[in-house]
Write a protein that binds this ligand. Structure first.
Ligand code: PMP
Length: 392
């Protein structure tokens, strides 16, 4: 018998069947994927340049234009998660020596500032107290003083549960020769946003929140102003994979024949297409209303349990992700573990600057239902009874 040359045996874990438990995902994302989207993602593969796939990409583009309320021709989905879209936005519109003004009132501003710094961008950030929104005066002063080329702001700050009002900000930026870049990963489809009417220049989101698709694709769009800034670049963008010139060509956004750039995650595109189709069928206004109504129910129920909402001002509460202060006498990790172990429900603790301060409950897309509100409230009632820590 020939002796084997293999020194590493097949891993035992891989010889067992894949184990995926049933879980209700009511954290800040991902949210559960409904059967229709799961089915789309498990369809047989086609080639990434086949006309049927290019057609799906065109449908995604139209779906993103609807969800963003934009006519921008440079609209597509990045093959990557929300962070990838954040990097794509920053590294395509900014180049070394440019200045970016970054609004920091949670983790996403911190991350954007970090990415900008790595790109050699002169970053300057305006911070605001957590749990509140950014105020216009801060921007007015920042724009006049620093003369940035881009202002970054997060629409739905998922680490704190704040919905940032955007009214007038695009106009203000343009009056200072600055582009407005908005992160709507956690808010798209759950709260109104109007890319063209609000004069947003770069807008991106993610697939795994209200769109209910698996993580891994990220809608993004650039205004004509942003496109012109990209065309004026002195140097190529520092990433080939995220070079918008190449991506525009692959997505058929530049009126030229499509060119292969990378092998697209085709089945993820199928899923994203279905997520966007479900949003189009429901209609944006109904989707916003559904998220608003269930968030209001949840907030009322949380207060009835004696919990304190972290975002005090009702009109700046993010309808997709609700935050409560960690109740006195409790360890937040015990509460999240209790919900997971005893009720099969995921909720989350804080993130970045809100760690240890809040619990986060997400109701996004198909997960935004009154029965899920009841389920999570009843699980929390149980947790508050069982997890009280006398030593805390
Ligand atoms: N921005 C916001 C507001 C988010 O909530 C998230 C994800 N939680 C991201 C960006 C990053 O997205 P991803 O985890 O898909 O990279």
């Amino acid at each position: 018998m020939a002796t084997s040359l293999l020194r590493i045996p097949p891993p035992q874990g891989l010889l067992r069947p894949l184990a995926v438990p049933e879980r209700l995902l009511l954290g800040p994302g991902p949210s559960n994927v409904p059967p229709r989207i799961l089915a789309a993602g498990s369809r047989q593969l086609l080639g990434h340049m086949h006309p049927e796939v290019l057609q799906v990409m065109d449908e995604i583009k139209a779906g993103v234009q609807y969800a963003f309320q934009t006519q921008n021709r440079l609209t597509l989905a990045i093959s990557g998660t929300g962070h990838c879209a954040m990097e794509a936005a920053l590294l395509n519109v900014l180049e070394r020596g440019d200045t970016a003004l970054v609004a920091v009132n949670g983790i996403w501003g911190q991350r954007a500032a970090d990415i900008a710094r790595r790109l050699g961008i002169l970053g300057t950030s305006g911070a605001q107290e957590m749990g509140g929104c950014q105020n216009g005066e801060l921007w007015f002063a920042g724009l006049a003083r620093h003369k940035p080329s881009v202002l970054f702001i997060t629409h739905g700050e998922s680490s704190t549960g704040v919905l940032q009002p955007l009214e007038g900000l695009g106009e203000l930026c343009h009056g200072h020769g600055c582009l407005l870049l908005v992160d709507a990963v956690a808010s798209l489809g759950g709260a109104p946003i109007f890319m063209d009417q609000q004069e947003i220049d770069i807008l991106y989101s993610g697939s795994q929140k209200v769109l209910n698709a698996p993580p891994g694709t990220a809608p993004i769009s650039f205004s004509e102003r942003a496109r012109e800034k990209m065309l004026r670049r002195k140097m190529q963008p520092p990433s080939f994979y995220l070079d918008m010139g190449w991506l525009a060509s692959y997505w058929g956004c530049d009126g030229e024949p499509r060119r292969y750039h990378h092998t697209a995650p085709i089945n993820s595109f199928f899923s994203l297409r279905e997520g966007l189709a479900m949003l189009a069928e429901l209609g944006l206004e109904s989707s916003w209303e559904r998220h608003r109504a269930n968030c209001t129910r949840l907030c009322q129920g949380l207060q009835d349990l004696g919990l304190e909402l972290f975002v005090k001002e009702e009109k700046v509460r993010l309808p997709t992700i609700t935050t409560v202060s960690v109740p006195k006498g409790y360890d937040w990790k015990e509460i999240t573990a209790f919900l997971m172990d005893k009720h099969g429900i995921e909720i989350a603790g804080g993130l970045g600057p809100s760690v240890g301060k809040v619990l986060r409950i997400g109701l996004m897309g198909c997960n935004s239902t009154s029965s899920n509100v009841e389920r999570v409230l009843s699980a929390l009632r149980d947790a508050l009874r069982c997890c009280r820590h006398s030593r805390l």
